[in-house]
Ligand binder design. Structure first.
Ligand code: SF4
Length: 272
């Protein structure tokens, strides 16, 4: 162990939502069970990844062939899920998951030629100064890299949730820090430049299941600073160097359902 803070690539972007929550989960080891909707998202992502990986190997398969992956994720006793946390039953989660999985496999996956699914990245060490080093590692969870056949490569990131699709488009707001991080990690790992805009693939898990895409251009610009204007990586380095991870009670995840620090956090806004 080098003494560096080891950070999962998939968690990195949530540092910029509520750093206090991120510190609780990733440095202080605060844990909570998954909510039913979060577990539904995990199940859908696992099944779509199994589908896309098989297609990358040249296998012909249908959505039905990866339904067991979805069901396993929803029923495995090894998953720590609080099924009483909201109104979504396990049975309803499976029904929604099957519909979204089918639509993804039939309508979205054929649009893309993937060259990597949930790529394991080469660790990225960032010197924050003051002897503090961060090491971002792990896999690009829930993401794929796509090629356009003309030498271009771009990131596709699957987002599931109750508002993942609005008015026929995938919600892209707030996703740039994660996409930018994934683009940089992809380039560092493969040596290949990411030249295409990122596609967000939205899978809506409430009401009638919907799937749609949306684009993010220039996601990396938010992360990398210039002489005149610091980027998010500069702010992150400051947090690690100072040990101060600021709260954000306006985060849409500031709730007992999603934040393991909620009970002890004096900054939460629970006056509703
Ligand atoms: S309770 Fe709210 S402000 Fe406090 S750590 Fe959690 S998300 Fe952040």
């Amino acid at each position: 162990m080098s003494g560096a803070f080891r950070v999962r690539a998939s968690s990195w972007a949530s540092l910029f939502d509520c750093a206090h929550r991120w510190e609780g989960a990733n440095i202080l080891g605060m844990r909570m069970p998954s909510s039913p909707r979060a577990q539904l998202g995990t199940a859908i992502h696992a099944a779509t990844a199994a589908f896309d990986e098989a297609r990358m190997r040249g296998e012909e398969l249908r959505a039905l062939d990866v339904v067991p992956v979805l069901v396993d994720e929803l029923t495995s006793p090894e998953r720590d899920v609080d099924w009483s946390a909201d109104e979504l039953s396990r049975r309803d989660a499976e029904v929604i998951g099957r519909k979204l999985l089918t639509r993804y496999c039939q309508e979205i996956a054929p649009l893309y030629h993937y060259v990597a699914v949930e790529l394991e990245v080469v660790p990225w060490r960032i010197d924050c100064g003051g002897g503090i080093v961060i090491e971002i590692r792990g896999t690009l969870d829930r993401s794929r890299a796509r090629a356009d056949g003309a030498g271009g490569v771009g990131i596709c990131d699957i987002k599931s949730g109750v508002s993942a699709v609005t008015q026929g488009r995938a919600k892209t707001k707030g996703h740039a820090p994660q996409i930018g991080t994934y683009e940089l990690l992809y380039e560092r790992t493969t040596g290949q430049a990411v030249t295409l805009p990122a596609d967000i693939i939205g899978l809506k898990t409430s009401g009638s299941p919907e799937v749609a895409t949306g684009q993010i251009v220039g996601a990396r610009d938010q992360l990398i600073g210039t002489d005149d204007s610091p980027g998010l990586m500069d702010y992150a380095a400051d947090m690690f160097r100072s040990g101060l991870f600021p709260p954000n009670p306006t985060s849409h995840l500031c709730s007992a359902k999603y934040c393991a620090r909620w009970k002890v956090c004096k900054f939460k806004d629970d006056q509703q």
